[in-house]
Ligand binder design. Structure first.
Ligand code: MN
Ligand code: ZN
Length: 398
């Protein structure tokens, strides 16, 4: 039950309080709960309630309530519930604003999924919570509101599953999540889905296409490079697809221009652009979006082998341009340029390239917002708006 900073309840919260003969407001009068976002207070065994616990969750100021703010308050609440004895919870829709149900319900699924996410695949002995949160319901005020809420829950679930897949792929270490592993995971997604087809190009096939830039990076590693191509056809036949290109560098040691040892383990995350694309395609397919989307993930390692790129080497990309490699740690653009040239064959309506391209982005923006560069302002504005709406912000760079 949401509580604002001024101590007032959400409209459904007021209804619940009336049914409980004012027990909630009586507790609130003690002012133990500030109502600041993410603060919580539990009430046990309220008279007239079947539920053992009633959790009050601070939502901040009433006028600045938004699905993002709601979601982040819920994330704290769900984390606490996950570690308490509660195994299922019901969330009261916090706003009676028209058309708000869909956005708040979707934020709820997102928050629940993020709060209980754990990466335990590699633990010899996992320690899951004793009584984890297993089920979350969403309460709306009227039958009329069920349709948008149910739609939000099914969309939210598809997006949460895609996000979880991307996080799992990201968290897997480089010795497990190799280019071949990424390719297998992508292929597994395509199995049994009529609208999604996945193909993987091997090094021979890439050589025939003239991908000399991508292959020059992979030459420094014993793991063969893969070009993962995922085609989701939910839209009209012949309507131009959106192309998503994601960097799938499964471990980036920097190559001969080797990185410092400190925190080098984090370079297993250099495939997060690729993982985002794979997760996004999974979500598109699960939601059966009426769109054509193609996901392209060039995947390789970047290691300092005797056959690796050397500073000063000159390679030729699929587009026929020559590239002088001055720093072998700038390998992202080398694998992405050939993937971008490959994307041309789909005659895409738009191309969105997602990559952990350079640490300079964190120097400029910190680790919250993603840097965004575009040669089409309309598309840039749409991406900025989407990031703001879902709480995963981008910041446009010149
Ligand atoms: Mn690099
Ligand atoms: Zn890299």
């Amino acid at each position: 039950v949401g509580v604002f900073e001024n101590g007032s309840l959400t409209p459904l919260g007021e209804q619940l309080d009336a049914a409980l003969k004012g027990q909630i407001n009586k507790v609130l009068r003690h002012r133990d709960l500030s109502g600041k976002p993410g603060t919580t207070q539990l009430i046990y065994d309220a008279k007239g309630m079947h539920a053992a616990r009633l959790m009050l969750v601070g939502l901040g100021e009433k006028k600045s309530l938004s699905p993002n703010r709601f979601g982040s308050a819920l994330r704290t609440a769900f984390k606490q519930l996950n570690e308490s004895g509660a195994t299922d919870a019901v969330v009261l829709n916090p706003s009676d604003e028209k058309d708000a149900i869909y956005r708040y319900a979707r934020a709820t699924v997102d928050a629940a999924s993020a709060a209980v996410y754990r990466f335990e695949q590699c633990k010899s002995e996992g320690k899951p919570p004793k009584r984890p949160l297993k089920k979350v319901g969403y309460l709306v005020a009227s039958r009329r509101q069920l349709t948008p809420a149910q739609r939000a829950l099914s969309h939210g679930e598809a997006i949460a599953d895609g996000t979880r897949l991307a996080k799992d792929l990201a968290n897997l270490p480089g010795n497990i999540c190799t280019p071949s592993y990424l390719a297998q995971e992508a292929q597994a997604l395509g199995r049994g889905k009529r609208k999604l087809s996945v193909s993987v190009l091997n090094e021979k096939q890439m050589e025939r296409l003239g991908m000399g830039s991508l292959l020059s990076v992979s030459r420094g590693s014993r793991q063969p490079a893969k070009l993962i191509v995922m085609e989701y056809k939910g839209g009209k036949a012949g309507s131009k697809p959106v192309a998503l290109v994601g960097k799938g560098l499964t471990f980036d040691a920097g190559g001969i221009s080797i990185k410092p040892a400190a925190a080098m383990d984090e370079m297993k995350y250099d495939m997060c652009g690729g993982a985002s694309v794979i997760g996004t395609i999974a979500a598109c397919a699960a939601m059966e979006l009426p769109l054509n989307v193609v996901g392209i993930v060039p995947s390789s390692e970047n290691l300092p082998d005797g056959d690796a790129n050397k500073p000063g080497d000159i390679v030729t990309s699929m587009s026929g341009q020559t590239i002088e490699i001055l720093n072998t740690d700038a390998e992202g653009r080398l694998i992405l340029c050939d993937a971008l040239t490959y994307a041309e064959r789909f005659e895409p309506a738009a191309v969105i390239d997602i990559a952990t391209l350079t640490g300079a982005c964190i120097v400029a923006l910190g680790d919250q917002a993603s840097g965004l560069m575009a040669n089409d302002q309309k598309l840039a504005d749409e991406l900025l708006a989407a990031g703001t709406a879902c709480g995963d912000r981008a910041w446009q760079l010149p």
